[in-house]
Write a protein that binds this ligand. Structure first.
Ligand SMILES: *[C@@H]1O[C@H](CO)[C@@H](O)[C@H](O)[C@H]1NC(C)=O
Ligand SMILES: *[C@@H]1O[C@H](CO)[C@@H](O)[C@H](O)[C@H]1NC(C)=O
Length: 215
């Protein structure tokens, strides 16, 4: 066992060697928590995006190409930050409309995460108590998962994003991941957009999330 002070020192060191910067836009890069459980091909360093599954409804998936990752932003006021009530959004459709990451309630069964038109559920890039920025589900402790799961709309398997709350069994077709923000350009919205970046928060993100020392 390492002493808590040693762990803190190592975390500080890791932070020092992989600096974060401040930005509004970011992609979410999955880091497989336990490499022994990884899929073949690996889902380490894949980026979160989504697939259409009916109007206004998308299923969160991952792509091995980081350039296919959605550019997200954390939305809310500083009061909402303090209360853990911000959400994580990307702009989609025409005119551009906010689609928020929507994790199921703790009482609902584990399922593919939706990215629906609307605000989404509480999610934030907490850096406290986390030593580094990762996506934290504001609805309850647990872990994000990448799963080889069926998307009913296509009756086909995709690598989807899911969430298991503490105490829930991680399904066999899933691996726990941390979702790490990598800074990305949040484009200006064209006139007529339904989306707004007025409340896009400044967050800490990595210039290269794949280079972060996870040990
Ligand atoms: C973003 O946050 C602002 C401030 O709370 C809120 O008015 C707006 O509705 C939010 N946007 C979405 C898409 O939830
Ligand atoms: C996903 O599951 C399907 C159906 O069980 C299987 O054919 C496919 O090989 C799996 N893909 C991965 C990457 O494990």
């Amino acid at each position: 066992m390492y002493s808590p002070l040693f762990v803190l020192a190592m975390a500080a060191l890791a932070t020092a060697t992989t600096p974060t910067t401040i930005g509004t836009g970011f992609i979410l890069v999955a880091h497989v928590t336990n490499p022994d459980q990884d899929f073949t091909p690996s889902v380490n360093n894949v980026a979160v995006n989504s697939i259409h599954a009916s109007p206004g409804f998308r299923v969160a998936t991952v792509s091995s190409s980081l350039t296919d990752g959605h550019v997200f932003y954390e939305n809310g006021t500083l009061d909402q930050v303090a209360d853990g009530e911000t959400t994580v959004i990307f702009d989609s459709a025409t005119p551009l409309t906010p689609f928020g990451i929507l994790v199921q309630d703790p009482s609902a069964p584990i399922d593919n995460i939706a990215i629906n038109a609307g605000p989404g559920s509480f999610n934030n890039l907490a850096t406290d108590p986390e030593p580094r920025p990762v996506l934290v589900n504001g609805l309850g402790d647990g872990t994000y998962l990448v799963c080889n799961a069926t998307v009913p709309y296509y009756r086909q398997n995709f690598m989807t994003l899911q969430y298991a709350y503490e105490g829930e069994t991680v399904p066999e077709n899933c691996v726990p991941v941390q979702l790490v923000p990598q800074c990305a350009v949040l484009n200006e919205l064209p006139p007529g957009s339904h989306s707004s970046h007025e409340h896009a928060l400044s967050v800490r993100c990595y210039s290269d999330a794949t280079a972060v020392d996870w040990s």
